[in-house]
Design a protein around this ligand. Sequence first.
Ligand SMILES: [Zn+2]
Length: 265
Amino acid sequence: MPGKYYLSVDCEGVACAVGTPGVGLGDGDGYRFAAREASLEAAAAVSALFDAGAERVIVWDSHGSGVNLDYELLDPRCEILLGAGHRGRFVGLEADFAAVLFIGYHAMAGSPGGTLSHTYSSRAFQSYRLNGRAVGELAIDAAYAGEKGVPVLFCAGDDFCVREARAFFGNIAAVETKKSLSWSSALCRHPQAVRREIYDTVLAAAKAGPRVPPFIIPGPVEAEIRYQRSDAAASAQLYDMHGRPFARPDPYTRSGVLRSVTDLF
Ligand SMILES: [Zn+2]
């Protein structure tokens, strides 16, 4: 379908990325492989979108400090959001975008499995709950797009990630990059096979159009953030919709009511 698309590209969920036990993706050889594979998986999705008639595609380099991908591997017609320090998620996303896509995503912190599962930082956070439901990056990012009226078209990640995406959003198009065996191991498909399936699946999905409505977490949103460290919980600068500091119901937890999910950032 013609239209505008926005891809968020994380690195943990790509084919053959498992990180280091107790650390995560880190910044060594495993990270460098994952960043290159994320670039290639994003490139496959971007090519499919343009081949399906997309007019504009923005690729958001969203892992860590936002400078991971090899941009030379992407179709030169795309635009790239990168770096850190800007406010919010999906900068520039507006209601006239056709859909968002997730590449290299992973299951939430507290998932029953899921290679490299975490929410934003496995060192910082035990869990995020919004309106009483445990959520991770998938649901939060999709809700951010949903608030603009933009649905999810596609997700690529490990089996737990794909299951989580479908539990939240419904029967979206998806590609399973690997079967999680533990936090730092997986039975992976070959990266080339994964990239081919991403191209084919995104092409078909973009031609058919989104299968699900925008994902909404209705406001006001009751937010509960559980930290790994009590001192981090104590010092977190979090304010509710009335400008009051979040409550601290126990040493590790901060909670408060926000106007909408976009106020999390
Ligand atoms: Zn990441």
